[in-house]
Each structure stands twice: as C-alpha cells, then as structure tokens.
Design a protein around this ligand. Structure first.
Ligand SMILES: C[S@@+](CC[C@H](N)C(=O)[O-])C[C@H]1O[C@@H](n2cnc3c(N)ncnc32)[C@H](O)[C@@H]1O
Length: 227
C-alpha cells in the first residue's frame, strides 16, 4: 500500500524504539506502515466505531495491536512512549492534549499534523512547556500540511516569537521551497482580497495587513514591487 506523501513524512519520524498510539487512526494505513517499519506495539485509538472498524479491516488482530474506542489520549497503555495525532483540526489536537496534559507530558515524542489552526497549536505547545524538535511542510494535492514533532521539557523556557508561532520556528529557519510557495500563494490571496475591498471589517483588514507584513518581512521570496 502506498502511503500519502503527508503520512509518509509522518512515518519518517518513527523509529523502531517507538511504542506508538495512533490517535484517530481511521483507515489504519499509518499504523500498518509503522508495523512494517519495525514498531513493536501499536495502540490504535478512535473515538468512533466506524473508523475503528476500518482500521481493524486494514490491520487484523495480531498480538502487537491494541484497539481502543476512546477519546484522544485519555486511555493510553502505560508502555506507549510516542503518539501520532494526524489529519485533524489544530483545536481538536489542542483539546486532546489539554484534556490529559500529564499523559502528554510523559511521552518522549508527539507527532502532530494539524489541518488548520497551526498557530493556535504552536501557541498551546509553547505555553504548556513543549519543545518543537522538528517541523516539516508537505505539499500534496493542492494543500500544504505542516508536521510538528515535539516533547515536553520541564526546564524549557521557550518564549518563542510571534513570527515563529506564525510560520513555525524550524520551518522559518529552513525556508524550504514548499514553505516559500505556500506564502507566495497566501500573499497573492491576501493582496487580492485587500485590493478588491473584499472585507469591510476593520479588524479583519488589520489582521490581513499584519499577515502580509509578516510574509514580506520573514519569507525569503521575491516580493519586490508587490504593495
Ligand atoms: C480525517 S481522519 C485522519 C485519519 C489519519 N490519522 C490520517 O491522518 O489520515 C481523523 C480521525 O480522527 C478521529 N478523531 C477525531 N477526534 C478524535 C478524538 N478525540 N479521539 C480519537 N479519535 C478522534 C476521527 O474519528 C477520524 O477518524
């Protein structure tokens, strides 16, 4: 089975010392490839029965898989040291972590891929003492996906800047081609909205202008001549 580019990138961060809970596993494709990669035990977690059944169809019932019909990380097996939480909204991921913060804090690795509200997710991680170890941006079928790998560090005093929250501290440093393309697209979109007077609300105009300024200031694109 061929994994999507997005989930393949998530898989890159998994090694065979990880004992993983795949939260919101749905079809179970990521879990299957983690097993193929040498992961010894996986807890497959779903909060709905139909997706859980889909995962069971993909994975069957080997001894090294435990299925849980439960909410987020509320019922993690004690031996789990890594979680993947992928393909969900950022606020849902925040809720999953915040509802069981002590469990999230004891994990050695959290691999998070939010489909939206990544700024809010980074802000939550930063305020709660999680350190971002790795970040990646992946372009697939017309969408950009951001992957965050992090862990809790009780000694972290990470006051990351507004631009690091907005772009991602590591993505901002790396400035990959996909990263630059994403913000080229966004800048064009924002400028079009402003130039066509598509918004009337002052707050929205301010936030749009703020985003435009951030992109022009921090992304290494060729913005010459764009107002
Ligand atoms: C869009 S699918 C993503 C599937 C897979 N992780 C991926 O990235 O392709 C999101 C899945 O997360 C599950 N989900 C959402 N909130 C959840 C929660 N609080 N606990 C467990 N599963 C959850 C949904 O039922 C759904 O199957």
């Amino acid at each position: 089975m061929i994994l999507s580019k997005r989930l393949s990138k998530v898989l890159d961060y998994i090694d065979n010392l990880d004992i993983v809970a795949d939260i919101g596993a749905d079809h179970g494709y990521l879990s299957l490839e983690m097993l193929n990669k040498g992961v010894q035990f996986i807890q497959v977690v779903e909060n709905k029965i139909e997706p859980l059944k889909r995962a069971q169809l993909t994975l069957g019932f080997p001894n090294n898989i435990k299925y849980s019909l439960s909410d987020g990380i509320s019922d993690l097996d004690e031996k789990i040291n890594t979680v993947t939480i992928c393909g969900m909204g950022g606020l849902n991921i925040v809720e999953i972590l915040n509802n069981n913060l002590s469990t999230a804090k004891r994990l050695k690795k959290l691999i998070l891929q939010a489909n939206s509200k990544v700024y809010e997710l980074r802000k939550f991680l930063n305020l709660s003492g999680f350190l971002i170890d790795e970040e990646e941006i992946v372009y697939e079928k017309g969408s950009y996906y951001e992957i965050i790998v992090c862990h809790y560090d009780e000694f972290s005093q990470t006051n990351i800047s507004e631009e690091e929250l907005f772009f991602g501290p590591i993505l901002l440093k790396k400035q990959s081609l996909d990263f630059i393309s994403k913000y080229e697209q966004k800048l064009n979109l924002y400028l079009n909205i402003l130039n066509n007077n598509d918004i009337s609300n002052n707050e929205d105009i301010e936030s749009l202008q703020n985003n435009i300024n951030l992109i022009k200031q921090y992304v290494k694109g060729d913005w010459y001549g764009q107002n």
